[in-house]
Ligand binder design. Sequence first.
Ligand SMILES: [Fe+2]
Length: 322
Amino acid sequence: MKTSRRDFIRLAGATGLAWTLPAYVSAAEETPVLRLGVGADLHHDIVPDGAVRLAALIAASKEMRAHAVVQLGDFCQPIAANLPLLKQWREAGLTQIDVLGNHDMDGGSTPENTAKWMGLQSRYSTQVLAGYRLIILDGNERRKDIQVKGYARAISDEQLDWLKRTLALDTLPVVVFCHQGLDGIDGGIVNAAQVRTVLEDANRSAGGARIRLVLTGHHHLDYLVQVGGIPYLQVNSFSYYWTDKKSAGGRFPAEVEQRYPYLKQVLVYDQPLFAQVELTSTGGKVLGRKAEFVGGYGPAQAQIPLTTSGHAVTPFISDRKW
Ligand SMILES: [Fe+2]
């Protein structure tokens, strides 16, 4: 006869062996819990304090006893000058999930070469963690049937087939990671609808909400939307919101602006932003972080739209529950 932990506790109690399990152990058995520390779009090459921002995510992830710490892409260029940042990240002492962002190939790299530089086995991958199947996609592919100007932002048929095969491996609850938006947002994955169809089919086959969460970055926005019964969480950037206006100097010392010239045009967050995510079998919650725009220079001051695709440009990640 298989004795469950609950039975064992009852038996142990009956025989006078009175001891108490930590609350999280019994809770985890009855409801699989997945805790993730999640940062997106660090853009170490654009801001002067990327290492400090990354350290804040690592510390918070340890504090929450995260099963993994995640970076959702646009981490840094794969160049020798960024090896100290990569070392800092790899020495975090936590299980790590890396997603390839479009800017991780800046300077002429390819997704394959950046993956290698970061020490990743492959551009897209899967692993099982705390009873959840985690699926990491590479959104930096091109398709012949949909032409895209600028950065590649598609999922190939080959990767879609891999996704279907991966979902067929088991019936575990699933969390999907991708740099670019998959909810249909402008500038996201161009064939996001095809990916959503695969995910929604997996839900249907499982007879319920098997796809528990899709996490994306890239857009430097803060929102949660439900599409086809699946929650899509957009995690704001660690660091800033992009603008094309190049005239907002003077918020940082001149030598810093000289070394990091894009600081003159981006709306910089004065504190690192990241999300502490907890999933259970019934839903999830996010503990976000709040910042201010450095120098009070936000979208109104930069005279750019206050919203993008209907989502406010904000220097924070909201607390959420669903
Ligand atoms: Fe990006």
